[in-house]
Design a protein around this ligand. Structure first.
Ligand code: TXA
Ligand code: MG
Length: 310
């Protein structure tokens, strides 16, 4: 993708004066602000209507920039080498002298850290002299944005600027791994657990329960399209929209498929835009067919399960 330097400059200027800008990443769009600035972080919470106790994830250009804020171990280095920049978020210990805003972390002594791969995000991060706090650019508890028009749909003129970066190529949020003690997965995401296990050479436990903030993004209602979602459905009701993993039979106006022939990466990329599309067409509910529970299908099922709690 060609990078428009005028757009980068505009974002840079706004971020430098403490404003928020929506930025593209390969997973989903983020609502970004200076992670060292209390007022910029406050603006993010306000715009998203996000509960104060749900800390922000912080984006860095590379690990050299991270060094002043967090400490890390060998597991981090292994995963960083293999997957970064990319769709993985690490929970690390904050260093004492870290400049990260206490508003961003809700005074926790840990930080969620990510190195996005999207070339536009990387170009911007390289130019700034602070990291970017950037939760997904959607209203709290709703479906994430995978394009600039999704962001505009959610926030309208409330956001000063949306940096264009085309459609997010992965379409699901990053996989979150807590590396402080025994590695554990806190959120399934765009990087398959099997890939992570291969690099760390061990089985990793998934601890995405609803218990507390250490199970992030995991409030009961999340990723909701705003209408009821029913799962593992073979037969839809009359006026429902129906989502299947692959194209089946003749196209019908109320039938949507996530991929042509069941490819799970393609399905992941299309999930959120399909949920948004259905809502915009004014369907009152959604029925979803069975999605294979392997690879990114696990993440898709995780999101649909949460969406169905609406
Ligand atoms: O792919 C992504 O991760 C996207 C893009 C924009 O980078 N971001 C994203 O942010 O999904 P958000 O805020 O929607 O999800 C990040 C999750 C939140 O659910 C939050 O609870 C969790 O990370 N989190 C943040 N700081 C944490 C911490 N110190 N410990 C545990 N979880 C944390
Ligand atoms: Mg989110």
């Amino acid at each position: 993708m060609k990078i428009n330097l005028t757009n980068i400059k505009k974002s840079e200027k706004l971020l430098n004066i403490g404003e928020c800008v929506a930025i593209p990443t390969e997973t989903v769009y983020g609502l970004a602000g200076n992670a060292y600035s209390n007022s910029a972080c406050k603006k993010i919470f306000k715009l998203k209507k996000r509960p104060k106790n749900n800390p922000l994830i912080v984006h860095y250009y590379n690990k050299k920039n991270l060094k002043q804020d967090c400490s890390y171990n060998r597991s981090f280095l292994k995963l960083y080498k293999k997957f970064c920049p990319g769709p993985i978020t690490f929970i690390l210990d904050l260093k004492k002298g870290s400049k990260i805003s206490k508003i961003a972390t809700n005074k926790l002594n840990t930080l969620a850290v990510r190195f996005p791969k999207h070339p536009v995000a990387r170009c911007l991060l390289k130019k700034l002299n602070f990291p970017l706090a950037a939760p997904s650019a959607n209203l709290s508890s709703r479906v994430s944005s995978v394009s600039s028009s999704d962001v505009k749909e959610d926030f309208g003129k409330k956001i000063k600027y949306v940096l264009e970066g085309g459609r997010s190529t992965i379409g699901l949020e990053s996989t979150i791994i807590d590396l402080r003690d025994k590695p554990s997965i806190l959120r399934l995401g765009g990087l398959k657990i099997s890939e992570i296990q291969k690099v760390l050479n061990k089985k990793i436990k998934i601890s995405n329960t609803n218990s507390n903030i250490l199970s992030p993004g995991q409030f009961k209602i999340h990723y909701s399209p705003g209408i009821p979602v029913r799962l593992n459905i073979k037969k839809m009701k009359k006026e429902e929209a129906y989502i299947s993993i692959k194209r089946e039979g003749k196209d019908k106006p109320n039938c949507f498929f996530l991929s042509k022939n069941g490819n799970l990466n393609e399905a992941a990329k299309n999930l959120y835009s399909t949920l948004r599309k259905i809502k915009k067409k004014n369907y009152k509910s959604i029925a979803v067919g069975k999605i294979p529970n392997k690879g990114l299908g696990k993440t898709i099922n995780d999101r649909l399960m949460r969406a169905s709690k609406f």
